[in-house]
Design a protein around this ligand. Structure first.
Ligand code: 2NL
Length: 341
């Protein structure tokens, strides 16, 4: 018994590194002239009254040796290559490099816009991408017959005809105004959706930043100065700025802001469609009806609002010619922004 216990320890300590060593193990312990057979033959010398006990012990030992062989065999046929030389791991080799990612250009520009307005006291507000008709259209004074409300232009949700994918982040501003805490100074970055045919200039989803400032005595002069500050921080000061009268149902008066083309310096090129100017945002004084829709007294409070497409600003900043590059996940494009924070 003591002898078998000694053998068990010896066998448990055995290890093999290749097929030849495994075969040597098999021959030594399980072969026809191996240890197991030798001990089995000694059964003859055991006294008859001890035979049963010894037989049981031997049987257990046999199972142990066989399972030990299988364990060693499995260890060999695992991931290790057969050739003993390759199996050695060279710890002096350099490690596997983990590729470093980079921020998406849209995120870089979005963060820059946020930080510029942050310095003017604007807080970031966020809201749902699936909206209801009230927050996306009705509260914003968008009339029933407005083309934006058409199925052709907006993605509606089959489950409920009142639900849709927001077409602008104005809906977030409506939600903030409804909270009734004034004055209010927020910007709302986020993804918006329009049912457009995809091209180099348009996509069915894009990113927007809208801004809103509501307080007593907010004027159009405040709007102009805020946006002047913004474009200077964003693009530098080597260009001209102009405001053109425009129309939005949710602002009155409304305007669009252009900057002289950064690519050709106002001479005329493909980016500015030979006009020398590029449109960068829309803005205006918040329509009194919109304020009243959010239970804000339009005799006491006034405000301005503006909205811009982040893709457009990014294309101007980095001279990206095709908007589809932003959503294709092509590393050849994205890797070009590794050093841009
Ligand atoms: C554009 C023009 C604009 C607004 C967005 C707004 C929001 C509220 C009330 C009034 Cl809650 N106005 N937003 C105003 C004027 C223009 O966006 O071209 N966006 C890409």
């Amino acid at each position: 018994m003591a002898q078998i216990e000694k053998y068990r320890k010896e066998i448990a300590a055995e290890s093999v590194t290749n097929k030849d060593e495994l075969e040597a193990f098999r021959i030594k312990y399980l072969g026809t002239k191996g240890l197991l057979k030798t001990i089995m033959s000694e059964m003859r010398t055991v006294a008859p009254d001890k035979k049963k006990e010894a037989g049981q012990l031997l049987n257990e030992f046999k199972l142990f040796v066989e399972s030990q062989f299988e364990i060693l065999q499995e260890g060999l046929s695992g991931s290790k290559p057969e050739n003993n030389d390759i199996a050695q791991i060279d710890v002096t080799l350099p490690g596997t490099a983990l590729p470093l990612g980079s921020r998406h250009p849209i995120s870089i520009v979005q963060n820059k816009i946020i930080s510029i307005f942050h310095r003017l006291g604007f807080a970031v507000a966020e809201g749902p991408e699936i909206e209801d008709d009230w927050h996306n259209f009705t509260a914003l004074n968008l009339p029933e017959n407005h083309p934006a409300r058409d199925m052709q232009d907006t993605f509606y949700i089959n489950q409920n005809p009142d639900w849709l994918l927001r077409t602008h982040t104005s809906s977030v501003q409506i939600r903030e105004m409804e909270k009734g805490v004034l004055p209010l100074r927020i910007i709302c970055p986020g993804r918006v959706y329009r049912n457009e045919t995809i091209s180099a200039r348009a996509h069915c989803f894009f990113n927007q930043v809208e801004g809103l400032y509501i307080a007593e005595n907010v004027s159009f002069a405040d709007l102009k100065q805020t946006l002047y500050f913004f474009v200077q921080e964003m693009f530098g000061s080597d260009f001209k700025v102009r405001f053109r009268p425009s129309y939005f149902p949710f602002t009155e008066p409304s305007a669009e802001m252009d900057i002289s083309c950064l690519i050709c310096g106002g001479e005329g090129c493909n980016v500015c469609k030979k006009t020398g100017w590029v449109e960068i945002l829309g803005c205006g004084m918040v329509h009194p009806t919109v304020l009243e829709n959010c239970k804000i007294d339009s005799n006491k409070y006034t405000g301005f609002a503006f909205g811009m497409g982040i893709e457009r600003i990014t294309m101007l900043s980095y001279q990206v010619k095709d908007l589809r590059l932003f959503s294709e996940n092509d590393l050849r494009f994205l890797k070009q922004f590794t050093s841009a924070i």
